[in-house]
Design a protein around this ligand. Structure first.
Ligand SMILES: Cc1cc2nc3c(=O)[nH]c(=O)nc-3n(C[C@H](O)[C@H](O)[C@H](O)COP(=O)(O)O)c2cc1C
Length: 483
């Protein structure tokens, strides 16, 4: 009996938080009848109407609070993602990605990236996938849409560019974030698995919302990615009562498996493949097409990463047209009805008149469907350090760390390049803009200069999961005349 004394005197608390042995050890009927040293057992009468109302209110409040938290935290529009999650990840993972016991400073930007992707994946698989709630009014605005790109009507011109999901681990959780994301480019994927450069290889420059990276095509390899992509197709087929073949041969279902959205698969060569050995280089890319082409709406040939020695030399006209021609041929043999289109991603540093003419000529010669303008830059524009708030560590990273720079600093040059490529290519190829977008205005400007698709990456790293939805909303407001 002394157990009763531990129990608080309100029936609600008795029901909800009192250790279970309190209730279990004393039957309720006994409690109703018993008086113990002036301790009124009326308090334990679970049937009192007033208690029921109170319990109902408190229980309802708890359920309501849980429901509200669920809706709030899983909505990509919630401020918590930009103002709490992003800074928190940066704070927790502020090291250099070298373990402390190996003399480093612990987890850093790369680990934060991995943890972010894993969280997205786990939440999605548990049924709590982050998504943009609300009306998505921008979807109804025809001016934002991209008319029939490669056979599919896209509702917005927005895309996630390569590097964010290098290993095809997060395709559905990323598409799920927002209907504003019309295209996701996974990769870069190499034929054989490779480690990439030693860590640290990703550095933040938060004052200018920029990043320097030198991953160097760390890839699980084409076989592993192919298994992951096939698994998606099989699960989709099972869910929709189709066969794998029917999914691959449908003219309605894009390879993304999301209506009106496209999956681009970026391919590159292994580091060990010497760039001057054109036969070996071609073999690398063809291997990737053979293993991955059937799961792609678009295949992106990367010849512009600054982090694989010699890769950018493949942008020279002769090598490029030879390479692109064989990739286009291989893509036409892909084991799916709607063959993947081939697109090439170029460097913003190849911006001379001859460079642009040579690349455009190769694109036209090979019958490539599009050009992504452009990758990260090896240049170090001093405007990155313009703010008085720039830290000493940022100055060190900016001057000392080798790799490709990304972020808003790329925007101006990207816009100029988009304009030049659009003029040079005319209707021969679609221009995709990539480099430094952070607002709806940036995207509209890129479109004005001739881009059909506008891609982002670094903006999302600093803005969080609501990045693309926000941009689409801004575009709509500008198009509607500021309403
Ligand atoms: C950490 C990181 C990794 C990247 N990896 C790749 C890659 O594997 N292949 C590629 O073509 N571009 C890669 N990029 C470049 C982006 O796809 C994009 O073209 C570039 O960052 C410019 O756009 P942004 O300023 O919106 O980030 C990477 C960028 C970053 C920041």
């Amino acid at each position: 009996m002394p157990l009763i004394r531990f129990c608080p005197s309100t029936s609600l608390i008795t029901r909800t938080t009192c250790p279970s042995f309190c209730i279990l050890s004393i039957p309720v009927t006994t409690l109703r009848r018993t008086r113990i040293r002036g301790f009124s057992t009326k308090a334990y009468n679970l049937d009192r109407p007033g208690d029921k109302v109170r319990n109902g209110i408190i229980g309802g409040t708890i359920v309501g609070a849980l429901g509200f938290s669920y809706l709030y935290f899983t909505d990509t529009r919630s401020a918590v993602h930009k103002y709490q999650v992003v800074p928190l990840l940066r704070l927790i993972y502020s090291g250099d990605d070298i373990p402390v016991d190996a003399g480093g400073k612990g987890s850093g930007a790369e680990r934060a990236h991995e943890v972010g992707l894993k969280a997205l994946r786990v939440l999605y698989n548990l049924g709590f996938g982050l998504r943009e709630r609300g009306a998505h009014e921008y979807l109804a605005n025809e001016e934002l849409g991209v008319e029939v790109l490669f056979g599919h009507n896209l509702k917005t011109p927005l895309a996630i560019s390569a590097g964010l999901d290098k290993h095809a681990e997060c395709i559905d959780p990323l598409f799920n974030l927002s209907p504003a994301i019309s295209l996701l480019e996974i990769g870069c994927i190499t034929p054989l698995p490779q480690e990439g450069n030693p860590k640290p290889r990703m550095f933040r420059l938060p004052t200018s919302s920029s990043i320097i990276n030198r991953y160097g095509f760390n890839s699980v390899g084409a076989d592993t990615v192919s298994v992951r992509l096939r698994d998606r197709v099989r699960r989709y087929a099972l869910k929709h009562g189709l066969t794998e073949r029917e999914v691959l041969d449908s003219t309605e279902i894009p390879a993304s498996l999301w209506p009106n959205r496209l999956l681009a698969v970026q391919i590159g060569k292994n580091k060990s493949t010497v760039e001057t050995d054109m036969e070996a280089v071609k073999r690398d890319y063809i291997t990737c097409v053979e293993k991955l082409g059937r799961y792609a709406d678009i295949l992106v040939v990367n010849v512009s990463s600054p982090n694989t020695p010699g890769l950018r030399s493949l942008q020279k006209r002769e090598s490029l047209q030879e390479l692109l021609a064989v990739v286009v041929l291989a893509a036409q043999k892909a084991d799916r009805k709607v063959k993947p289109k081939v697109v090439v991603k170029i460097s913003p540093d190849s911006d001379g008149v001859e460079d642009i003419k040579g690349i455009s000529a190769a694109v036209k010669f090979a019958g490539v469907a599009g050009v992504i303008v452009a990758n990260t830059t090896v240049k170090r524009p001093l405007s990155v350090l313009a703010s008085p708030q720039v830290s000493e560590e940022e100055k060190r990273v900016f001057h000392k760390e080798i790799g490709g720079l990304s972020g808003p600093v790329l925007l101006r040059n990207m816009l100029k390049l988009v304009e030049r490529y659009s003029k040079e290519l005319g209707d021969n190829a679609v221009v995709f803009a990539s480099g430094g977008i952070t607002s709806g205005k940036d995207v509209l400007e890129a479109r004005k200069r001739g881009a059909k698709i506008v891609m982002g990456y670094t903006g999302m790293v600093y803005d969080g999961v609501g990045f693309f939805g926000r941009i689409a909303g801004e575009m709509k407001r500008v198009v509607d005349g500021g309403k």
